[in-house]
Design a protein around this ligand. Structure first.
Ligand code: HEM
Length: 427
């Protein structure tokens, strides 16, 4: 049977209202789900001529793309030089060694060595620390009866945990955060901001030197953590080079920050907007693990990722040419009614919640176990310690990172509620 294949639309033929570029509009970014819904129902494998990429929004197609397409999407230093962009080479030199941008067999090798270094047992050791860190962050705001969920918890928690996980001085956590935000501009975005390139480059060079001296320090005074375990990981005599350790410390550090911040911030907002679910969770904290999975599905902290077609192929009746870019929108797949009953409803007891928030297949999030523990502890302790959350009045501002979609601030009160104190929630 021959599949019906539609030709690729040009910019003049394509429906501009379906372009993912609309995420640059703050109103669309505040609620991208109607756009995702239109894409999924009107053109699920959509050629976006403005992005010059395919946009895939059905659950089953996102799975196919993440399973079979190439992750080696970052330009090599040689390609950048050919494009006249040699100044960005230090960035490419790091990215081409990061597991996120590799295909087998290079990916399999790096991921296996890294998995030797970062085992479930090591993650479990961090659990007690995460409780202590969360308690101490909540201690600081308790007497005020109000907090900014982002600045007071969602940002510092993953940042401090990341420093502990790496085995670098915890006092450096704010610096790690700044570097991580800079680097994340390239991970979460498809818009270009040439004005920021030199800053991203500077941060990458600074991180490279930071981890080089962290390795040196580990040799002199071993203190454990991921830096040291990546340095010492060995499988059948194979070990990481120094540059590979540095590149994968950077991706692990960046990968665990904005994402976990968004899980906590977007999750608190989702509960505030669904007071019945908030009350259900408060009255039965054993629902926290399933509530966290539902938050990951409902407001995915990392909304999309990209791949390249490994060869000429057909997807959803469209002919995709070898090496064309494909954007897999996990946040859209996670709201696909073909996969999730009532997908736009937050249901903290949802069963069979095979969401795509951590990706799929070989590149499935390396830190998922840690992220889950951080999210579960953050929600548990906030609910145990602070009753009656209400959103402070004022509009919500979403960060300009379109892929790692999260709030800049989320001010709440958690004192005794006045009558009818829950204000109308704004987008
Ligand atoms: C809620 C929190 C998190 C979310 C939503 C998240 C999401 C994701 C997603 C979607 C991917 C796959 C990207 C792709 O296929 O292109 C990924 C990969 C990755 N994540 Fe996470 N992540 C989270 C937390 C973390 C943490 C805490 C760490 C660090 C310990 C981490 C480290 C990584 C790394 C290193 C990869 C690359 C894996 C590979 O390429 O094999 N992530 N993450």
């Amino acid at each position: 049977m021959t599949a019906h294949v539609q030709p690729v639309a040009t910019a003049s033929q394509a429906d501009p209202s379906l372009s993912l570029y609309h995420l640059l509009d703050p109103e669309v970014l505040a609620n991208p789900y109607p756009l995702f819904h239109r894409l999924r129902s009107e053109d699920p494998v959509h050629w976006d001529p403005f992005l010059h990429a395919w946009v895939v929004t059905r659950y089953s197609d996102v799975v196919k793309v993440l399973h079979h397409y190439s992750a080696a999407r970052t330009p090599t230093p040689e390609q950048l030089t050919d494009m006249g962009l040699a100044s960005l080479n230090p960035l490419a030199q790091v990215m081409v060694k990061q597991m996120l941008f590799l295909d087998p067999p290079a990916h399999t090798r790096i991921r296996s060595l890294a998995s030797h270094a970062f085992t479930p047992q090591r993650v479990e050791v961090l659990r007690g620390h995460i409780r202590d860190i969360t308690h101490s962050l909540l201690d600081k705001v308790e007497s005020q009866g109000r907090m900014d969920v982002i600045a007071d918890l969602a940002e510092p928690l993953p940042c401090i945990v990341t420093a502990e996980m790496l085995g670098v001085p915890v006092e450096d956590h704010q610096q790690l955060k700044i570097w991580s935000q800079d680097f994340a501009e390239m991970l979460g975005n498809f818009q270009h901001n040439p004005g920021r390139a030199s800053r991203v480059l500077k941060s990458t060079l600074a991180m490279t030197e930071y981890f080089r001296s962290a390795m040196h320090e580990q040799r002199l005074h071993p203190r454990g953590g991921l830096v040291s375990s990546l340095m010492n990981a060995e499988i059948d005599g194979d070990r990481f080079t120094e540059e590979e350790v540095i590149a994968n410390c950077i991706v692990t550090m960046v990968g665990g920050q904005e994402t976990t911040t968004n899980l906590i911030g977007n999750g608190v907002l989702a509960l505030l907007r669904n007071p019945d679910q908030l009350e259900k969770l408060r009255s039965d904290l054993s629902l926290i693990p399933s509530a966290v999975e539902e938050m990951l599905r409902y407001e995915s902290p990392s909304q999309h990722t990209a791949r390249l077609a490994p060869e000429d192929t057909i997807l959803g009746g469209k002919r995709i040419a070898k090496r064309q870019a494909v954007i897999a929108v996990m946040a859209a797949g996670n709201r696909d009614p073909e996969r999730f009953p009532e997908p736009d409803r937050l249901d903290i007891t949802r069963s069979n919640n095979g969401h795509l928030a951590f990706g799929w297949a070989a590149h499935f999030c390396f830190g998922a176990a840690l992220a889950r523990i951080e999210g579960q502890i953050a929600f548990e302790l906030m609910l145990r310690r602070f009753p009656n959350w209400t959103l402070e009045p004022g509009s919500l501002v979403w960060r300009t990172n379109l892929g790692l979609r999260g709030l800049t601030r989320l001010p709440i009160r958690f004192g005794e509620p006045e009558q009818d104190a829950i204000p109308a929630l704004q987008e």
